[in-house]
Design a protein around this ligand. Structure first.
Ligand SMILES: O=C(O)C1=N[C@H](C(=O)O)C[C@H](O)C1
Length: 284
């Protein structure tokens, strides 16, 4: 299967006492699927996984997995080590893992390929490569993305290069068969879809989920006039939602909409300013 459509990397809502608000998480999960998301990402960057205890991570995963099972939606799990990928065996609902190009270490291109070979060998489900060089510090040219695409079980890439760069254009000019390209830079997803991407993993799609789903559908159907118009409007929204570190503004908006009990984030993140939240609400 090639992964297509909109996947929402769920935030982790916190209650007034600071604990994970699992009921709010469940409602969010149900709502975005009802509004047209193809699947959910549990424990992606947007979910602040590094500030959750192992027990909280398990609780989050259980909720999201249950909703995906009930709705027959694809569950993608953020997993960033061979051990974490192997542990997905205990989660029968898992449809894929989303694994970062190794951050900070900068192992070089051969190291990146060897790492994903090891992940794929350990993984019970397809692997999506999360390429975000401005976070990881590791360059991955188009030729290396092709080598990753050739690894059995590596099913796609979440491409977040910070723009439409040369590697993206080169990859999309001759995309590997059966390899899903999913946009991961919300403000650039429309141009990436125009180049032939299959969908996106988009934190912005917590809001206006139906419009993001429509965006993907329109570009995939080749309806450029309609797609471009929706894309331009959603770009303004995405820029506003990312005016401060993700997911702070999105949490502010969801709280203002009454969908989560607080806009709280955990350190090192700080809550978004009221002006940023208001600007995003205006875009909506
Ligand atoms: O958690 C994710 O997956 C995403 N993370 C990106 C980020 O935090 O920069 C944004 C993207 O929308 C999805």
């Amino acid at each position: 299967m090639t992964f297509t459509g909109v996947y929402v990397p769920l935030i982790t809502p916190f209650g007034a006492d600071g604990s994970v608000a699992l009921d709010a998480l469940e409602s969010l999960a149900r709502q975005v699927l009802a509004d047209g998301a193809a699947g959910l990402v549990a424990l992606g960057t947007t979910g602040e996984p590094s500030s959750l205890s192992a027990q909280e991570q398990r609780a989050v995963l259980d909720v999201v997995a249950r909703v995906c099972r009930e709705r027959d939606a694809t569950l993608v799990i953020g997993a960033n080590s061979v051990e974490a990928v192997r542990a997905v065996r205990d989660q029968p609902a898992a449809g894929a893992v989303l694994s970062l190009v190794p951050p900070f270490v900068r192992p070089g291109e051969a190291g990146v390929v060897a790492y994903f070979e090891a992940l794929a060998a350990a993984s019970p489900v397809p692997v999506l490569v999360y390429h975000v060089p401005y976070r990881t510090g590791q360059v991955v040219p188009a030729a290396t993305l092709r080598r990753l695409a050739a690894i059995p079980k590596v099913a796609g890439v979440k491409l977040a290069a910070g723009g439409i760069d040369a590697a993206t254009v080169e990859l999309m000019a001759d995309p590997p068969a059966g390899f899903a390209v999913l946009g991961g830079d919300d403000a650039f997803v429309s141009p990436l879809l125009a180049l032939g991407a299959h969908g996106g993993i988009l934190a912005s799609a917590h809001v206006a989920t139906d419009r993001f789903a429509e965006l993907v559908r329109s570009w995939r159907a080749g309806n450029a006039v309609a797609a471009r118009a929706v894309g331009h409007r959603l770009t303004g929204l995405a820029l506003a939602l990312f005016a401060e570190p993700n997911p702070t503004v999105i949490k502010g908006v969801l709280h203002a909409q009454g969908r989560i009990p607080t806009a709280a984030v955990r350190l090192p993140l700080l809550p978004a300013g009221a002006g940023s939240v208001e600007a995003a609400l205006e875009q909506l």
